[in-house]
Design a protein around this ligand. Sequence first.
Ligand code: PSU
Ligand code: MN
Length: 304
Amino acid sequence: MIVIQYSAEVQAAKAAGSAIVALESTIITHGMPFPQNVEVAAQVEQDIRDAGATPATIAVMQGVLHVGLEPDQLQSLGQAKDVAKVSRADMPACMAMGKTGATTVAATMIAARLAGISVFATGGIGGVHKGAETSFDISADLMELAQTPVTVVAAGAKAILDIPKTLEILETQGVPVISYGQDSFPAFWSSQSDLKAPLRMDSASDIARAQIMRSAMGLPGGQLIANPIPREAEIAAEVLAPVIAQAQGEADAQGVSGKAVTPFLLQRIFELTEGRSLTANIALVRNNARLAAEIAKEMVALNC
Ligand code: PSU
Ligand code: MN
């Protein structure tokens, strides 16, 4: 039997049937350095509360699936060393063996579904890595979107990924990819890319209706909402391209592979941009949290 440990506020929100937004924990343990990781995680939770919803940060701690972390739990996770990064393949093993693991987008979606939460905010999703034609490195996040009914709000996908191939896999898997408020698919640190998103929506209520329609038609899976970074926080694609190329070159030269690739690239880009990438990352996660809260409130309104 799965024991889910809810935080006090998530427990109360579930009892009241009010809006809840799931948050992942890999971004805390592998995506940002301490202490900014804990500060940002707490800030993002507060943004969701300020928008009228309840945050549920998800992680496995000593084998227990936590949906919503108390402040001291968030602190200890943010400082813990050698926390595993758990995705669909490793989450059950992590729980069965009583270990601690930070959840990726895929694992967070699985936990959200188990907890009855249908909206989730993050920074960027995993995708198809550059060179995937030889490495076969394609994130399990993409297949999760095809099978687990959770709407995921992200700022598009990072330019460390092969974005055209990422969009192709999502299309093949039947995942709706919806840009919010613009035609182009946003590129994480930059609000625009030269790729058009397959779908565009301009309101949280349309996004909520589309997810509900998908489920009503018996189609499994969620939706990817690509929410552009606020203009004032973006970094131009031309500035980032050489930085990404350098980080990718170092990863290849050092033989970094598998699940270590994304954290390695993020860390190197942080260093090479002297922290600017992190400032942008924080702005876009907060922006995604606010939109996710609006979608979650619309879902509650439509479902009753
Ligand atoms: N992309 C980011 N920041 C992140 C991640 C992805 O811009 O922190 C994390 C997310 O948790 C995502 C995971 O689900 O990396 C994808 O890892 P992989 O490519 O190994 O599936
Ligand atoms: Mn991978």
